[in-house]
Design a protein around this ligand. Sequence first.
Ligand code: FES
Length: 243
Amino acid sequence: MEPARRKFIKVCVVGASPCAALAGAPAPAVPPASSIPLVSRQYHRVKLVDIEGKAIKAKSLKAHHNYVFNYPYVSTPCFLLNLDKPLSDKVSLTSETGASYEWPGGVGAAKSIVAYSAICAHKLAYPTAQISFISYRANPSRASARGRVISCCADKSVYDPFIGAKVMSGPAPQPLASVLLEHDAKTDELYAIGIFGGEKFNDFFQKYDFKLSMEMGATAKEVVTRTTKLSDLAAYSTQTAQC
Ligand code: FES
């Protein structure tokens, strides 16, 4: 499926309701930029599995550990993090276009599991097979006096994964896009079901068009369906940049 053919979820909006327009109601007056709501984009409901194809159990996730999976496209990595703390409070965030949205917190029995696009909102650094400039850092570093942050060593943007990957410092113009997660309380399995916040996928495909086509041919823009493999960042990228 091409980016332009994504379906839209009629949920998770703040402010005026684009859902009404989707349902065929008269389009509302255009609100000021600061209150334009962001609609979540629904992609496939995809189960997180291990390298052997077995479902990941939420309780098996190590705390403060970098996990990576590809979603919603086969070439777009996301971080999965167990932050070892209930994250039940909604957080109001704003994208670089001025659109507001609400981050719903963590999932899992302890509400401690979150996921974000691993494509930096600044100049789109992302984990490749060779190196990752962006990662979760449990400990303080030169980039951030506080540990337990996502930092990008390309230009030192720092994001707070406890509050929707809001920008703490650096040149990033908006939070990392959030992955909508679903937790099955009966099976303890995890699913990625959509993206919300400011997506960078079109920019990503434009910037890395040549690189991706050399590495993956025409498959780079294919959406993930059914399952996606969860890896340690150390297995996904040979090196992780430190800063
Ligand atoms: S690309 Fe991440 S801070 Fe510039």
